[in-house]
Design a protein. Sequence first.
Length: 289
Amino acid sequence: MRIAIIGGAGKMGRWFADFLLQDGKEVVISGRTQSKLLEVGRELGVEVASNVEAVKKADAVLLSVPIESFEEVVREISPYIKPGQTVIDITSIKVFPVATMHKHLKTERILGAHPLFGPGARGITNQNFVLTPTNDEERALAQKIREYLEARGAKVSLMTPEEHDQKMALILGLSHFIAIVSADTLLSADKPKPPQPVGGITYKVLLTLVESVISENPELYASIQMSLPHVAEIEALFQRKVAEWAELVQSKDRGEFVRRMKVLKEELEKNNPDFGKAYQNMYRLVSEL
């Protein structure tokens, strides 16, 4: 099978190019920056082409492009997508890309996909994927992709694009927002750099989260924050909760602080049977860093 990766010189595009090559697929990559594209092509030993030329000879197309340029790329390749050709996008947002592919592409084999890991992943085993089919044809395609990924050790969930984006407002939007604001707070409180850990395990976990987010491309994180539906309302809720808890601390209302924390503990215990292992898991996580 010949697979075209549009955006194959980017971090995730390159990751999938390498994965598919190792899995015995024929891969051709395209990208915006010619020098970078040629460099990646040489390093991986794959063919490079323009978006249009890559699509023309491919059995399947993987779209790994920024959300801001997604529709432009889809419109560019749309005249060359054949009926029956598979097109899959791997952006972090699903409602807009899936609707855009439906609008412009004349193939019924369209699928939204979201690999919930970054290009630092060593392999596909135990990595999470979300697939977002919207009709019977896409559900059939999603089932085939699911079987392919699970046979290689991945964990796959199916949901609608709307369900995906609502969940990602919490899973990505809020966690990234907390990391970015925490970085700003640490640096503002102790310029020019945050205090180094002196054995506090909770602080080490926080600093690891902060540094892992801040070390990445800010354009990607801005795209997620600005493009994911429901992020603004989740972050508004977060701000209200921050204000409530800060008020308890400032007013030294120890009784209410303890009561509310106990309620949170009870709710988390109900939802997670492994809740009691959380502290030990945190230590294990840090020991593996």
